[in-house]
Design a protein around this ligand. Structure first.
Ligand code: URA
Length: 199
């Protein structure tokens, strides 16, 4: 497969494309781009909103408080974080951690599309409203539609609360735990991670 300029799509092209991107103004105020990281062959991809301060400083996705909670949530379903691929809708930190605008999300989508094409996940977890609105339905209400699976072109997608929302409001945690259990059941049903969940 090739991109619009007929170059073969590779991780190297993806990295170069993100690093040189100035399709929106977010890149003017950042320290590092945050393309995403993890197992590039993972059957499971998790997509958040955008980098926060820690992520901006380190150039890595989900390394701050929300990221640490996410690591614990994955561990709770026996999934080591290194076995999944983690990234965000926007690759540059929005100032003061504001929600990225629709135009910023749209401008960054080409990177996520390339990334998804390269990883080829079988299951995608959408962490929070920005990811769910951008990738599933612009009118989605995360409180109402979290936990509901959608299948698109053979890929199962699950919207759930963003870990930052769980840090702000602990009463959401039981529902988030339900979603993690549903995720584990889907991974098992689909025969993914057989060494963890059985064939
Ligand atoms: N919140 C996100 O959505 N992504 C990160 O990488 C960190 C915090």
């Amino acid at each position: 497969m090739t991109d619009a300029s007929n170059q073969e799509i590779t991780w190297e092209l993806f990295e170069r494309q993100v690093e040189s991107c100035d399709r929106c103004a977010l890149c003017r105020q950042i320290r590092h781009k945050v393309p995403g990281q993890g197992d590039r062959n993972a059957p499971l991809m998790l997509i958040g909103e955008g980098p926060g301060q820690q992520e901006d400083e380190q150039g890595l996705a989900f390394v701050g408080a929300a990221g640490q909670l996410l690591t614990r949530m994955l561990a709770a379903i026996s999934l080591p974080r290194e076995r999944v691929y983690i990234c965000n809708i926007v690759k540059c930190r929005p100032p003061y951690n504001r929600v990225p605008t629709e135009a910023e999300a749209e401008a960054c989508l080409m990177h996520l599309r390339m990334q998804t094409w390269l990883v080829r996940p079988k299951v995608i977890v959408l962490l929070g409203s920005t990811a769910a609105k951008t990738l599933l339905n612009p009118n989605i209400r995360i409180t109402r539609e979290r936990g509901l699976w959608t299948e698109r072109k053979g890929v199962w997608m699950l919207p759930t609360y963003h870990p930052s929302a769980l840090l702000r409001d602990e009463t959401k945690k039981p529902q988030a735990w339900q979603d993690m259990q549903a995720l584990r059941d889907k991974l098992r049903e689909q025969g993914l991670y057989p060494d963890l969940y059985g064939a």
